[in-house]
Write a protein that binds this ligand. Structure first.
Ligand SMILES: *Cc1c(COP(=O)(O)O)cnc(C)c1O
Length: 233
């Protein structure tokens, strides 16, 4: 059966949302500019239901094989799903059956597949802040040309940039770099693509200070993720 502790979940949700508002105020920003996406990967659909009852509308998932059936079983709820993980091109259309926003657009092949699906979506271009191409994300050098290619697809609305701070890196400096990439490389060609998807459980205050508009917060709200074996395969 269930070991979902809804009181503890409500408590963590309220505390994190209050802290987000506090960090926004400390940065001289309006909390209304910041969307908190609760990342529910590895958690059962029932946790999403409990979050929806708390008024949480924006949810995030990163693994398609887990996301698709979960979102399907929650179709009766009015949720706004964000797909935030690596996505294979051949499965891109499947992600758009449930997600209105893709945060991890980082390759031509994926862009082509999203375009071919014929579905409308909001997209973020994921930027790679490391020198390791395996980490996913577009390099700064390739960003302008890739952004032009995204803008050429009418069904896709380019919202801005997404990034994950590198392990061991100083998150605030990394987030400042994302903001700077937006200002220098994206704004000249896509002035409306101002959004910044950055900040997770351990670093969302830094992200807010550097202008994040979309936080992707998992464990600080959901609690520890269940054993990944639950969702592996
Ligand atoms: C899991 C995940 C998050 C949330 O991480 P937490 O540390 O649990 O807040 C955010 N972004 C991406 C891309 C993720 O995969």
């Amino acid at each position: 059966m269930t070991d979902l502790d809804s009181a503890a979940l409500a408590d963590r949700t309220a505390r994190v949302l209050a802290d987000v508002a506090d960090a926004a105020a400390a940065a001289g920003r309006n909390a209304g500019e910041v969307t908190t996406i609760v990342v529910t990967k590895f958690h059962p659909a029932e946790l999403v239901r409990a979050l929806a009852e708390l008024g949480q509308r924006h949810l995030g998932e990163s693994r398609l094989q887990e996301f698709a059936p979960k979102a399907q079983s929650l179709r009766d709820l009015d949720l706004d799903w964000h797909f935030i993980g690596q996505l294979q091109s051949k499965k891109a259309a499947r992600a758009l059956e449930h997600a209105g926003t893709i945060h991890s657009l980082d390759r031509r092949s994926l862009l082509t597949a999203l375009a071919a699906s014929g579905r409308a979506a909001d997209v973020f271009i994921q930027v790679n802040l490391t020198d390791d191409p395996a980490r996913g994300g577009v390099s700064a050098a390739d960003l302008p040309e890739f952004a032009e290619a995204v803008l050429a697809v009418p069904a896709l609305r380019l919202r801005g940039l997404m990034a994950v701070a590198g392990l061991g890196a100083e998150p605030r400096a990394e987030f400042a770099r994302v903001r700077e990439l937006r200002d220098r490389l994206l704004t000249p060609i896509a002035p409306e693509a101002t959004a910044l998807s950055m900040g997770m459980s351990g670093d969302y205050r830094d992200a807010i200070a550097e202008g994040a508009t979309h936080l992707r917060i998992g464990t600080a709200i959901t609690g520890k993720r269940p054993d990944p074996a639950y969702a592996r395969s």
